[in-house]
Design a binder for this molecule. Sequence first.
Ligand SMILES: [Fe+2]
Length: 449
Amino acid sequence: MTLSEIQPVADHATDTETVWWMRNNFGPIRDELTVEGLEVRGTIPPELRGSYIRNGFNPPAAVPFHWFFGAGMVHGFEIADGKVSYRNRYVRTPFFESEVDLLTAMRDLRSSPANTNIVRHAGRLLALEEAHLPWELSADLSTIDSLDFDGALTTPMTAHPKICPVTGELLFFGYQFLKAPYLTYHRVDASGNLVQSEAIDIPRPIMMHDFTITEHYAIFFDLPIVFALEHGGFKFDREAGGRIGVMPRAGTNADVRWYDVDPCTVFHSVNSYESGDDIIVQVCRGESIMEGGMDDLSGHSVLWQWTLNTVTGAVLETQLDDRPGDFPRIDDRRVGLPARYGYVASLRPGVSPDFGAEIYKYDLEAGTSQVHTFGGAETHVFEPVFAPKRPDSAEDEGWMLVLTHNDSTNTTTLNVLDAQDFEGVAVAEVDLPQRVPFGAHGNWMPTLA
Ligand SMILES: [Fe+2]
């Protein structure tokens, strides 16, 4: 397909009243605020020093044709000495500044909505989406410029790179759907230099939202949300099958070993690690999200594990829970290593994303779980993010940072939980000066001593 053959899908609703992503707490806010000294109920732990920054979809004016295509707005919480301040800013890319249409944005790697995640690596703060270049922000969340690693990055960058806690590398992939290679793997060293890019053969263009790493491997999900413009861009196609690709982290396409799995969808991995001859891959897995096209987010995902035997090639598929959940996180110091604990946001089944009032803490070693409930039907959680107490604290020794939104009061609250007293009352709650729309992802960035 060439760009000239692409036409926007005509039947997409663009009426604020009819699209769910413009309503309630999915809808955008307008003001960019800077507010210091927010009122804290309870006590912010003195060891909690740093920034919790989130990114999400926040169209400035025109109604985007999909939730995923609103321009990015970042929300930052500075925490130190028991105090919390808040600021939010649009990510000022060409996509935002010109409100460029999608076709224009698809032609230009810089025209990113920059709306999905924000990570810090090698001193750079990067706002990420998955079909464009990353955008660098300053510490005060103002926009600096797009980043292409001195011209070395020529593909999009996923919104879900992985920072290896052992080597400090930033590992990521980019997928593209208008031309091959449909998948490219990239490796950035701990100093922030792009040192490797490898085209990976996959049979067709697909939406690939996340990947995962172990200490020695990069792991790709070749799952069948296939490019299908007549269905709004992408559509689940069971016939296309499902595979997991395992490649040595400094390897090439020729080194990738593919493992067949039942066709399914994975938006987010929990973690993966090596265990003897096995590679354990833990994800939130859906049976068939986007079966009706890109607008169809009605499927839901549950915690799942694949065990890939690197000697025999055998795959063991294990469902670990039946409660819908997604936006999984671990203690990021365990990325690619055995991680005992996973933290997941509950979801309520529905035709559009409906975040529940609970977060789950899975003990992946013991096969048990705990629940923290923030409220009733009017309460919705965001992605639960873990912040360690100290750099050398044990896994899970620290806090959960969780935003919740209350539909009745239309307020968003930053909750701080003791991760090791997961079901106990929050140690601190901070009502925010404006609501924060349900967005995508964020990260804790501790103050560097
Ligand atoms: Fe994501």
